[in-house]
Design a protein around this ligand. Structure first.
Ligand code: ADP
Ligand code: MG
Length: 358
């Protein structure tokens, strides 16, 4: 998913935005007066985070960006799955059967993760950090040259590390299964952008779009011109569709087209099916729209694992109202409410499989 309202200078009059189409900004063609949009960006979580605000001034955006940068940096450190920080300390303790103290900064993620685990029938399972690492994804660079140890992966999978093994008592965390290793990569961005919304609100900002590498939270609506985002063609540059977001909607995509590793010519995605220990191979991308970033992010990951056969059941169970999946055979799986609001690109030639309503 790609925000269309991005990558331009501040401020921009959105009425003249059509001329900036190549910069990624899109006008919707209405004549109503629109407010200036101010933009800033920062780098965190290995990605560029772009913040667009309306109905405020440049100084407020500067303040907001500074605050977000420091909050994001802390999240990046304390939620990191393999670099020194609180999560790594917790993982080390759990691996040797010890309990560990947990800060108010990390605890809500565990609580959230436990609930998303149950809602997704265990397909969203951030306790499988050991498997993610075993496949070589605990590295900043695209993993290469690393031969995964399939026997070790099978053995680890058989131990079923799961969020159910994790116990919280006050400020202490423990696990009854020493193979539990947390990796919040499947929903950390969602949690972070939900928090970012809170920060912006505290600063009096009421209209914003925060885009972290294609995962997007919005605060408020676009008034005459809604925030518009595009759904990327997973196999080629370009968009297969665009859609307008309603006030406060967030949109998350989980995909295996960007982060994968190749072994003997076969692509292995960074999304792992906890039931088999193997990377998912059927889905190219899953996009979810929801009111809560953490849930939408976790659901996009879970739907990627569920795949064409099972995504609808899992989406329903997770309370998702809008979802679209694209597979590598060029098939789009979509629920009717999502189909009703999506605008496919003119040269769109995918096969559409419409599900029953969610
Ligand atoms: P993206 O990073 O492309 O937005 P996701 O939101 O799906 O995609 O996050 C993928 C990350 O989630 C992986 O890199 C890994 O850290 C973690 N992960 C992989 N498989 C699972 C799973 N089954 N449940 C929860 N987290 C997972
Ligand atoms: Mg996700």
């Amino acid at each position: 998913m790609k925000a269309m309202n991005s990558t331009a200078q501040n401020p921009i009059r959105r009425n003249s935005a059509i001329a900036l189409l190549t910069l990624g900004l899109m006008a919707c063609g209405q004549d109503a007066p629109v407010e200036d949009i101010y933009k800033s960006s920062l780098y965190v979580f290995g990605t560029k985070v772009e913040i667009s605000v309306r109905g405020t001034d440049a100084a407020t955006l500067t303040d907001a960006t500074t605050r977000l940068e420091s909050e994001f940096k802390r999240m990046h450190k304390d939620w990191h799955a393999w670099k020194p920080g609180e999560l790594v300390d917790i993982n080390q303790a759990l691996a040797v059967g010890q309990s560990h103290s947990i800060s108010p900064f990390v605890k809500p993620l565990i609580v959230r993760a436990k609930s998303l685990y149950e809602l997704s029938d265990g397909l969203f399972n951030p306790a499988i950090g050991g498997l993610v690492g075993a496949w070589g994804f605990h590295a900043d660079e695209k993993p290469q040259g690393h031969k995964p140890d399939l026997a070790a992966i099978r053995a680890l999978t058989a131990k079923h590390p799961s969020m159910r093994d994790v116990h919280l008592e006050g400020d202490t965390i423990s696990s009854t299964n020493p193979t539990v290793q947390f990796d919040f990569g499947g929903f950390a961005k969602g949690v972070a952008l939900d928090r970012a919304e809170e920060v912006l609100k505290e600063l009096g900002i009421s209209q914003a779009l925060i885009n972290a590498g294609g995962d997007i939270n919005t605060l408020g609506g676009g008034g005459a011109q809604p925030w518009q985002v595009g759904i990327r063609d997973p196999k080629a540059w370009g968009l297969i569709a665009t859609l307008d977001l309603l006030p406060g909607e967030n949109v998350y995509t989980s995909g295996n087209y960007e982060r994968f590793r190749e072994i003997d010519g076969v692509r292995y995605a960074h999304i792992i099916d906890p039931r088999t220990g193997m990377p998912v191979d059927h889905i190219v991308s899953a996009t979810v729209i929801g009111d809560n970033g953490a849930i939408a992010d976790g659901a996009a990951t879970a739907l990627s694992v569920a795949g064409p056969q099972d995504w609808h059941r899992i989406a329903k169970k997770m309370g998702i109202k809008f979802a679209v999946l694209v597979d590598d055979a060029g098939t789009v799986y979509i629920n009717p409410a999502m189909k009703a609001r999506i605008k496919f690109a003119p040269d769109f030639n995918f096969t559409i499989v419409e599900s029953p309503p969610l």
